[in-house]
Write a protein of this length. Sequence first.
Length: 510
Amino acid sequence: MSEAEHAPLSGVRLVLAAIALALANFIVILDTTITNVSVPHIAGGLAISPSQGTWTITSYAIAEAITVPLTGWLISRFGAYKLLLGSLMGFAFFSFLCGISRSIELLVGFRILQGLCGGPLMPLTQTFMMRIFPPNKMASAMALWGVTTISAPIVGPIIGGYISDNWSWPWIFFINLPIIAVCVYLVMDLIARYETETRRERIDVIGLILLILTVAGFQLMLDLGREHDWFESPMITGFGFVSAISFAAFVIWEWYDPNPVVNLHVFRYRTFSIGMIGIALGFGGMFTSIVMIPLWLQNVVGYTSSESGHAVALVGVFAVFMSPFLGPILNRGDMRLPIFLGMLWIGLMSVLRMRWTADADFWTYALPQLLQGFGMPFFFMGLMSLAMSSVPPSQTASAAGLLSFMRTVSGAIGTAIATAYWDSNTRVSRSELSQHLNNAEGTLAQMQASGMPVDQSRALLERLVDAQAASIAVNHVFTMAAIVLAIAAFLVWLIPKPPVGSFMMGGGGH
């Protein structure tokens, strides 16, 4: 390619190309949260339980996570531009198929394919941002990309709630189509010149198969376990066995394979290893609230999707506000301290949620979300940058891909565990409450004396018991999340003290 073909863009062409790449990154990340507040609508439309509806979240996240480590090989095999264009078109196509699905099996299947197409778009858009911007504007490029990364999960619940309440749930997928169409047009016009050379590189097929078996087996065990009495079911036991054996084989194979799909040798660096564990626990604990709060607000409190979306989205207000101050704070002294305090602060918000009741006002539910934003940049960017700081440049791509994979997988696993725990705990709490009701007959008599029919008074009492049982169960879930987040925070002190001023924005990347 000529030097002109590699040169950065300028003027209107640079602005349009940056918008296309930022929108592509935005829409992929948006789809990780836009379904959260729509789960009850999806469940109602497909005649399934809300817990089954969460499969639309976890299936997308797992598929997306699996393709992230493969992006480097896919670029070398097909070229970065062709991969970007193909991923965009595939994402749009499977978004359309998700919208017209009329069974949970089809919807989950198409969500998996949507996630497989979406995974490479995150690192690809970041890579092309660095190519189209001149060196003196690189900070602006990364800031724009970072804003879309942070804002998409915030906007997702609001858009998902509005669409579900005012249109219908398929439109949370159809809304992708015009946006992707604009992105495809601009990418074809402006980004084609930045195509990379291709070469036939060997792919670690065995490692990839073992990775898929490990993640899929574990996720199926978590998603289906509560419906089949866990390990009393041979099927669930089989999923667990396959996942455990595949994981052991995966670790051994990847450690010795000369061209692994996941480079496990980065775990030799203590800072990275501990940071990875902290990120896994942190995202697992935090995703518990991201998924559980909309479910609880809609199914128990009676909020609409829009109302629950507004409550959830407040988490981004102070997260965006604090981001510009992150660098100066972390570079002032021992960066482990603000990271520790930020993660502990997120855990404290779960403690505030532990006393929620079904009859509280909006701000009781929304305030922990709003305040949580103060700690999120320190966890998101601070801990990732700290984890990456010990990795040599030659292994940065592998480490960043591994962090992206672990972030997504731990969030999906945290979602599955939280919904399963909530479901089983609700049943236990309901059984205990039913046995210890104070003067239930007297309460029924009072309701009937006021003119309420017998069946209606019994149904009302049953709904009250169900709401209390669900409230007790969700408080247990938040307790579990608080403990996990506290453990993640304290792990930071096991990381060797980094040099002062070692924080670099975007160190973790995708």
